[in-house]
Write a protein that binds this ligand. Structure first.
Ligand SMILES: [Zn+2]
Ligand SMILES: [Zn+2]
Ligand SMILES: [Zn+2]
Length: 155
């Protein structure tokens, strides 16, 4: 179920943010990159790579799977999308400039994902890593449960 009231706005804003991000970082925001990002931003639910492939091959037969996978890698590399390992799927990031590490609340009933950034979690993880002489590269925390709307539906 989709709980976002003005999602078209979210989607448009995300594309604008990505455009600006690519412009300031001298990256090319190709039509395929834009299309894949739009598809991922179809909702706040994670999207699987083969769903993106399906959607693209419907409209654009020239984009072969490896090209689409490379596009996903690109978007992931620059933080425009994040990969949720537990879902094996991608979710768009609304603020690619702002953070390195991500924490996600994943609703098991409606599949909606919220991204949270808390500096204090970052600090704590860095501390734990340091204590173990571990060099932290990439952290994705995935927390599964029920979102507010789904809790209310159950009540
Ligand atoms: Zn939305
Ligand atoms: Zn993010
Ligand atoms: Zn939910």
């Amino acid at each position: 179920m989709q709980h976002c009231q003005h999602h078209q706005q979210c989607q448009q804003e995300a594309i604008t943010v990505a455009e600006k991000y690519c412009a300031t970082h001298n990256l090319r925001f190709t039509p395929l990159r834009r299309r894949v990002l739009e598809l991922i931003w179809t909702s706040h639910e994670p999207v699987k790579a083969y769903d993106i492939l399906d959607a693209i091959s419907d409209t654009d037969t020239s984009s072969k799977p490896p090209t689409v996978y490379r596009t996903l890698d690109f978007l992931q590399q620059y933080g425009l999308v994040h990969k949720l390992n537990s879902q094996n799927a991608y979710i768009g990031c609304a603020h690619p400039n702002k953070h390195q590490q991500c924490y996600f609340l994943i609703c098991t009933a409606c599949s909606e994902v919220s991204e949270c950034c808390y500096q204090s979690i970052d600090t704590l993880i860095q501390k734990v890593a340091k204590k173990n002489n571990f060099t932290q590269q990439h952290t994705v925390l995935e927390i599964q449960g029920l979102c507010e709307s789904c809790q209310n539906e159950k009540a």
